[in-house]
Write a protein that binds this ligand. Structure first.
Ligand code: KG4
Ligand code: ZN
Length: 330
């Protein structure tokens, strides 16, 4: 049995996990920084980097302790090397380098997006390449054809805001706090999605991408008009977002050729209304719909350990001078 230690620190979660080649998560710990960033209504890079630097090493020690293991029993050390907030990425990657050097184990520099993209395979041993992935979080909004490790075709990305960002900004307009995605979903349950006329940016256009900035501005105008209840605005916003997702995914499915599943990942995948719409879309294309458990959808280190494991199994590792990358498209 092989074991990889994974480290994640690219945004506001400090996380470590131990994952086996048999897809067992032996231990994992996540320290969220939501409290530290809440007063600012978003992630402050400098605060994030300092918090990672304080917390990461004891967190790794505690994770090894949870599994009753020492570093000697680990086969490789994988860390997010980008994309993300560079200060945090550097804390995680440099820590991984030091551990790899001290224990004489291979280092694997993982692309955070690849971590999200491969996480469904950690949860589901039967999921084979290729599959179509909708990756939607606070920082990412992409449709990817996942063909294998390191092998992706990107069909769509956002030309402005990520979907989670649009949820968070709209939630802020409605006074729901940060991060507001989950609160907006709750409020939408009490609203009527047909009440507020909101745009569906790029829906029906030949261009494959997403755009949510106009939708977010329309939410602000609806709120300022004083004509609608917050619940109706929330429900209408969520439905507009879903209509955009489904429209863009239809286009991607038409282009992708044969795929084994429609898969969703990223923090926004927690949204039940979105999951329901994607499930229906997949069924209409005779495809299984796969959503990893929520703990694997949001930022976590198990997905980084798993991406590291897939690379380790293919004989891949990285030199100790591998660079941290703020931008790193798949
Ligand atoms: O993947 P994640 O934990 O972090 C990154 O952004 O990479 O995603 C967090 C994002 C936030 O924007 C949050 O508001 C959104 O996911 N989110 C949701 C829901 N739960 C989390 N958005 C809509 N509905 C939800 N239930
Ligand atoms: Zn992420």
């Amino acid at each position: 049995m092989r074991i990889v230690l994974g480290i994640e620190s690219s945004c506001d979660e400090t996380a470590a996990a131990l994952v086996t080649d048999e897809r067992v998560i032996l231990a994992q710990r996540i320290a969220s920084q939501d409290e530290a960033h809440r007063p600012y209504g978003g992630v402050v890079p400098e605060i994030a980097a300092r918090a990672h630097a304080e917390r990461l090493t004891p967190l790794i020690e505690a994770t090894l302790g949870d599994a009753g293991m020492t570093l000697d029993q680990v086969d490789a050390i994988a860390a997010t090397a980008g994309p993300g907030l560079i200060g945090g990425v550097m804390v995680g990657l440099v820590t991984a380098k030091a551990l790899a050097m001290a224990s004489d184990k291979p280092l694997i520099a993982v692309n955070h997006l690849e971590g999200h993209a491969l996480s469904p395979r950690l949860a589901d041993a039967a999921l084979e390449y290729p599959y179509l992935l909708l990756l939607v979080s606070g920082g990412h909004c992409q449709i990817l054809l996942v063909e294998g490790v390191g092998s992706f075709r990107r069909f769509a990305t956002t030309i402005d805001d990520a979907l989670g960002e649009a949820f968070d900004k709209s939630a802020k307009v409605l006074g729901l706090g940060y991060p507001g995605g989950p609160a907006l979903e709750q409020l939408a349950l009490q609203g009527d999605a047909k009440k507020v006329p909101l745009p569906r940016p790029l829906k029906g256009s030949a261009e494959p991408h997403f755009s949510f900035a106009g939708l977010k501005s329309a939410v602000l105008r609806a709120k300022q008009s004083g004509e609608y209840s917050d619940a109706d605005i929330a429900a209408s916003f969520q439905q507009a977002a879903i209509d955009c997702l489904v429209d863009r995914l239809r286009g991607a499915l038409a282009k992708a050729g044969k795929v084994n599943a429609l898969v969703v990942a990223g923090g926004v995948a927690a949204n039940k209304a979105i999951r329901g719409a994607l499930e229906e879309l997949a069924a209409g294309h005779d495809l299984p719909f796969i959503a990893p458990p929520l703990g694997l959808c949001t930022d976590n280190a198990a997905m980084i350990a798993w991406a590291g494991m897939e690379r380790l199994e293919r004989g891949q590792s990285d030199p100790l001078d591998v660079a941290a990358r703020p931008r790193w498209p798949l």
